[in-house]
Design a binder for this molecule. Structure first.
Ligand code: PAF
Length: 286
């Protein structure tokens, strides 16, 4: 496995792969890798001739400086994991290598047809502009045939699909395919997240109520008199009743438009919960 830190070295390797007619899979990550990332990488290794993984804590998608500073980083451990599961190339640039000073400080405004105006977009202004800024740059540099993203960040995935659908009309990313990969959970039900590393053992136990409540809500949604508003309230109340948890939002929305819906058909429930100081997200499809 080769670790690449500059854009020019990356582009040289990509050119050689393209010259040898190899198909390329890309898994963009911010490091602090866990079994959820590993499942994306294993899919990319299986489906493509070569697999590139980017490990880059992207400063432009953090609207909270403290969250950026505290985001877990451990490139040695990440590299070991990636080597063991067969990734061929890791791209781990510095922020200065990735962006010019101007790019770092300019707010890019992309048009996401309203997908960024709800849920995470409302709570974290500018977040999705930063995500798309880095993901589109990675697509440009690596020119993957397939790129892999987890459904835990469901809204991010919807926005990336939107970006690729729109830009491939203009031929920008060729025949790039976005591959959606299901949430990976601990046996306890807790959705895997790099942020779980910041939870104490006690907080991790407390956080289990989040996935337990989401799974219970699948049954609540099947009750004869169930309504979307009623299930939404029941989820919020159940999580807030647990000491140490505070719901920021729980929205039941249409999986395509991400707009609030009043039917459970094609609906997904997306939750954000503070467990102590750590902000966790999870979702469930109805
Ligand atoms: O999901 C993430 O880890 C990040 O948002 C991503 C897609 C790697 C972009 O920085």
């Amino acid at each position: 496995m080769q670790i690449i830190t500059t854009k020019s070295d990356l582009q040289a390797v990509v050119k050689a792969c393209k010259g040898a007619k190899k198909t390329i899979g890309l898994v963009p990550t911010m490091g602090a890798l866990h079994a959820g990332h590993a499942s994306l990488v294993k899919n990319a290794v299986k489906d493509n001739d070569v697999c590139f993984v980017s490990v880059f804590v992207n400063p432009t998608q953090f609207n909270n400086k403290e969250d950026l500073a505290k985001y877990p980083r451990n490139i040695e451990r990440d590299a070991q994991l990636l080597q063991s599961i067969g990734a061929q190339y890791v791209f781990a640039p510095t922020p200065e290598e990735m962006y010019s000073a101007e790019e770092m400080n300019t707010t890019f405004e992309f048009d996401f047809a309203g997908l960024d105006k709800v849920m995470e977009g409302k709570m974290r202004p500018g977040h999705f502009n930063g995500v798309v800024q880095v993901v589109s740059r990675l697509f440009y540099l690596v020119q993957p045939d397939k790129a892999y993203f987890g459904e835990k960040d469901f809204q991010q995935l919807a926005i990336i699909h939107h970006m690729v659908e729109r830009s491939s009309m203009a031929g920008t990313f060729g025949a790039l395919q976005i591959i959606d990969c299901p949430i990976v959970r601990e046996e306890s039900g807790l959705a895997l997240s790099s942020r779980n590393e910041r939870l104490s053992a006690e907080e991790k136990e407390t956080a289990l109520a989040i996935s337990k409540t989401l799974f219970a809500s699948l049954k609540w949604a099947k009750e004869a008199d169930a309504t979307v508003a009623g299930v939404q309230k029941r989820v919020i109340d159940a999580i807030n009743a647990v000491e140490g948890l505070e719901v920021e939002y729980y929205e039941i929305v249409d999986q395509k438009t991400l707009l609030p819906t009043n039917t459970f058909a094609n609906a997904i429930g997306c939750v954000t919960v503070y467990c102590g100081p750590v902000r966790l997200i999870d979702n469930i499809k109805y």
